[in-house]
Design a protein around this ligand. Structure first.
Ligand SMILES: Cc1ncc(COP(=O)(O)O)c(C=O)c1O
Length: 365
């Protein structure tokens, strides 16, 4: 056989240089306290397990409903919109990917803020899209003017924001969607933990897409289910670009059972919000700066025993917690994030263990 170049060099040039998304560390062995990927510490509704047990059987030889019609209807119903406005994806990441693919390329730029969900630049990289990054200031106030002025066809805006947890009012979002010449995607992965959702804006704007996930509030990260609420014309575009069977049978069954159990959802979301608010206060009582959070996460700027904060301090606590088998997330390399740690809200035992380890670190400093 003749000499060939390495097979990776047959990939498109922009794919060869692409840096893949780095998910939070998923340890293989047990014994870790995982507060690094904003998963829900509580199990999904027991109704989900029952429904899945019934669904595992001979029908798995058949392809799933290609449009996830029943789940479209269910998510439309709980949000008070028509089912023609709903779309189901293999996680909301799938929908973000489809939106990037459909609405951006090297001439049609995609915009997003920094900080926000670090998947957006990767999706744009895969698509070879032009990008515009709009920085927040430390106040995390919506940078309305630069967003409206940016030269993008599609804008990804995380509300509440990740990793800060900061939420945005519908008054501000209305001005953004009304003034933006293109598609505005409001990524509401954390909306169930927030004070407001942008759903009420849908009836006024055809350029608004709201994305949601079952991974956080519904505790179904392992099933991969997300949805979009938007104008039927955008649903039509998404239907053109998705895989024909983009959501499996079991995922559709699990999603339907989860949506049907709204009282369970309310109970675990209520508990997580209560835990979040308690620990935001506890960390503030240590003298740390902590953003108000409307998500199931806390973005906190640790101070050491001498009262100093900074990237070394944040990294030192990150490493110490890791040595205690507690995983949180550290985002190096940017002044708006590298003095902070992002802590997913866990259950009472996990949060108590975190709190005790922080005290231990402060004593060791
Ligand atoms: C802002 C944001 N959007 C989307 C997702 C991913 O959601 P899914 O699990 O539905 O793909 C995450 C996950 O952490 C997120 O933080």
């Amino acid at each position: 056989m003749s000499e060939r170049k390495p097979v990776s060099e047959y990939a498109q040039p922009h794919i060869q240089t692409l840096r893949a998304y780095t998910p939070g560390f998923q340890p293989k062995e047990s014994g870790w306290i995982k507060l690094n990927t904003n998963e829900n510490p509580y199990p999904p509704s027991p109704k989900v397990e029952e429904a899945l047990k019934d669904a595992v059987g001979p029908s798995l030889r058949l392809y799933p409903d290609p449009t996830s019609a029943a789940l479209r209807e269910a998510v439309a119903r709980i949000n008070g919109v028509d089912s023609s406005c709903a779309f189901i994806g293999n996680g909301s990441d799938d929908i973000l990917n489809l939106l990037t693919r459909a609405f951006s390329d090297s001439a049609r730029f995609a915009g997003y803020t920094f900080p926000s969900y670090s998947l957006y630049p990767v999706l744009c990289g895969i698509q070879n899209s032009g990008i515009v990054e709009i920085p927040f200031g430390r106040s995390m106030v919506l940078p309305l003017e630069p967003l409206l002025d940016c030269d993008a066809r599609i804008l990804f805006f995380t509300s509440p924001n990740a990793p800060t947890g900061v939420g945005f009012s519908n008054d501000d979002l209305r001005t953004l969607v009304a003034g933006f010449d293109g598609i505005v995607v409001i990524d509401e992965a954390y909306a169930d933990f927030a004070k407001e959702t942008a759903v009420e804006l849908l009836s006024d704007f055809d350029n608004l897409v709201i994305t949601r996930t079952f991974s956080k509030s519904y505790s179904l990260a392992g099933m991969r289910i997300g949805y979009a609420l938007t104008h039927p014309d955008v649903v039509e575009v998404l239907d053109k670009v998705r895989d024909s069977y983009n959501v499996g049978r079991l995922a559709q069954v699990a999603g339907l059972a989860a949506v049907a159990d709204q009282s369970y959802l309310k109970a675990i979301v209520g508990k997580i919000k209560q835990t979040r608010d308690h620990y935001v206060q506890e960390l503030r009582d240590l003298g740390w700066f902590v953003y108000d959070s409307q998500a199931n996460l806390i973005f906190a700027e640790p101070k050491d025993a001498k009262g100093y904060s900074g990237p070394e301090v944040a990294q030192s606590l990150f490493e110490f917690l890791k040595s205690e088998k507690i995983l949180v997330r550290y985002f190096a390399g940017h002044a708006l994030t590298d003095t902070f740690l992002r802590i997913s809200v866990g259950d009472d035992d996990q949060m108590l263990a975190l709190s005790e380890s922080i005290q231990k670190w402060l004593k060791n400093e």
